[in-house]
Design a protein around this ligand. Structure first.
Ligand code: HEM
Length: 271
């Protein structure tokens, strides 16, 4: 039985936080048994829905080349057993993205940090077309409380990034659909009951490229059914309920969590 790698539910109430932790170079990219399946899905999306999953601008070119070299070097060093054949006619950020299960974004500082190149095959209900060329602050406009609580610390953090010190963070949500590729920006409460819901975790990393001084943001998406996590973790349902109950109402609306805690409570009382 598979064991889900991250269950970022805390005992304390839900809060909007940067939650960044130091990241070792060896742990930048994660390779698991789903690699072949996920890379095949990425190749299909790049071929069939390129405009949805790839967005590149001139300002992101140099950094995309540098990122591809770094991905190849990291795989050769820490994951030498995996295939590293690249489609060399492709844009470098697409080549890099087709080698790893992570989605890849490059942000360049031009007075503000701006998204200049990305290959995002597994978005969690947001659209790359709307975000490319925009700033870190603009990207996060839909997130309630981001502007007041996170914009300033996040920009300051980007300003202090150094190539030798990378970081990672986790976030999670609950959806009624296990599909990895979810580009629609409509967020609605999960339908059905808890036995049809999925826990979706993003492991995000952040680092600065030494030559171009662009920032690289990776997003790795893990999905498991609520049922599986209830079986694997005794306190999963209680912690999930506590997090859902304590989220502010604007966050509940943004995440599609309205009414979800009550449904979970009813299901738990029955089981
Ligand atoms: C330290 C860095 C960052 C922090 C603390 C941060 C924080 C957040 C938070 C709290 C959310 C709400 C999502 C949720 O909890 O489900 C969010 C959403 C999002 N973030 Fe970030 N973020 C960071 C960097 C980035 C970067 C570099 C990108 C570049 C692509 C990005 C793209 C997004 C997008 C696309 C969303 C969804 C927005 C939407 O609903 O339209 N984030 N971020």
């Amino acid at each position: 039985m598979s064991v889900f790698p991250y269950v970022p539910l805390e005992q304390r109430p839900w809060r909007l936080a940067m939650g960044l932790r130091p990241l070792e170079e060896s742990k930048w990219l994660e390779v698991d048994a789903r690699r072949n399946e996920e890379l095949a899905l990425k190749r299909r999306l790049v071929n069939e829905q390129r405009d949805t999953v790839v967005a590149v601008r001139e300002a992101g070119e140099a950094a995309s080349h540098e990122l591809l070299d770094l991905v190849l070097e990291n795989l050769a060093t820490y994951h030498p057993h995996v295939a590293r054949d690249v489609a060399s006619s492709e844009h470098p950020i697409v080549q890099a993205s087709l080698l790893v299960q992570e989605d890849l974004c490059v942000l360049v500082h031009d007075g503000q940090w701006r998204l200049e190149a990305a290959c995002v095959c597994f978005p969690s209900r947001w659209s790359l077309v709307h975000k490319i060329g925009t700033t870190l602050d603009d990207i996060h406009v839909p997130v309630p409380g981001y502007d007041e609580e996170l914009a300033q610390p996040t920009n300051a953090f980007f300003g202090r990034l150094k190539p030798e010190r990378s970081f990672w963070r986790l976030n999670w949500t609950l959806l009624d659909d296990a599909t990895l590729h979810q580009p629609s920006s409509r967020r609605q409460p999960a339908r059905g009951g808890p036995d049809q819901w999925f826990f979706r975790v993003e492991r995000q990393t952040l680092r600065l490229l030494p030559v171009s001084r662009a920032a690289v943001f990776t997003i790795r998406t893990y999905v498991a059914s609520v049922q599986q996590l209830r079986n694997e973790h005794e306190d999963f349902a209680d912690n999930l309920l506590a997090a859902l109950d304590s989220a502010p109402s604007a966050i509940k609306a943004y995440k599609g969590w309205e009414g979800v805690a009550d449904q979970l409570r009813v299901a738990l009382a029955r089981s």
